[in-house]
Design a protein around this ligand. Structure first.
Ligand code: SF4
Length: 238
């Protein structure tokens, strides 16, 4: 397969049968290069699964700063998640307005909280088999694979690699999954490729790279990964 065939934004498609998964040794070299650029982030799980669920709903289509402002206002105005669940939806909407899309997010937050049972205790998820935990979380209203993976990683430090737009763009350009892979397939592939102990670091550093050099218009000339990146090589060859 030519390098150009691995470019996610390119016109070519690669079938599952034709896709050749990159060797783990290459993935470790990418990990090491990213580590040189961005350091080795340490995960400090907070063990607050309901907080994480609400935070991820609030994070949709907004900046981290606005998400945190909206989350802070919710925590400030309500004594607990039970009160958020049972409040008039307009009050939730008003509290989270700085996070944007409050008319959609307020009922979504209440719908999620309404599915967590009377005591909202999700501690059992920490030791549940991975598939069972993911199945429960993705069964909640509006909770997709990325949100479920975020809950697993940030709440308990379980090995997941949530695929957001940065992870998808950078990982695709580096040829870690098929150019035309769906987000769920990219997630599955990354879990196979990345050692579980490295999953948090890999996730965070792909995001950092996607926010700095490997933006939609990438700065390949200044990128330490350019020699191992099919997308960067193909751009240089043009
Ligand atoms: S070489 Fe370019 S496309 Fe590849 S990872 Fe670096 S910035 Fe992104």
């Amino acid at each position: 397969m030519s390098p150009a065939a691995s470019i996610p934004e390119g016109p070519g498609k690669v079938s599952r049968a034709d896709w050749r998964r990159p060797p783990k040794a290459r993935v470790r070299r990418i990990r090491d290069r990213l580590r040189e650029m961005y350091g080795r982030p340490i995960n400090v799980p907070h063990r607050q699964p309901v907080d994480e669920l609400v935070r991820t709903v609030l994070s949709q289509a907004t900046s981290d700063l606005n998400r945190d402002r909206a989350f802070g206002r919710l925590k400030e105005r309500f004594a607990g998640w039970e009160q958020v669940r049972d409040a008039p939806v307009e009050e939730i909407e008003h509290a989270i307005r700085p996070g944007g899309l409050s008319r959609q997010k307020a009922p979504r937050i209440q719908a999620v909280l309404g599915e967590l049972g009377p005591d909202m205790n999700l501690d059992w998820l920490e030791s549940a088999p991975r598939d069972e935990a993911m199945s429960f979380l993705t069964g909640l209203p509006g909770v997709g694979r990325k949100t479920a993976a975020c809950v697993q990683v940030f709440t308990w430090g379980r090995p997941e690699i949530p695929v957001d737009v940065h992870v998808y763009r950078v990982g695709g350009r580096l040829g870690l999954f098929r150019p035309n892979a769906a987000f769920d397939e990219a997630h599955d592939e990354l879990l196979v490729l990345v050692d579980p102990d490295d999953s948090y670091e890999f996730h965070m550093n792909l995001i950092r790279h996607g926010r700095t050099l490997c933006r939609p218009k990438p700065d390949c000339g200044g990128c330490a990964l350019r020699r191992m990146c099919p997308f960067g090589r193909a751009r240089r060859a043009k």
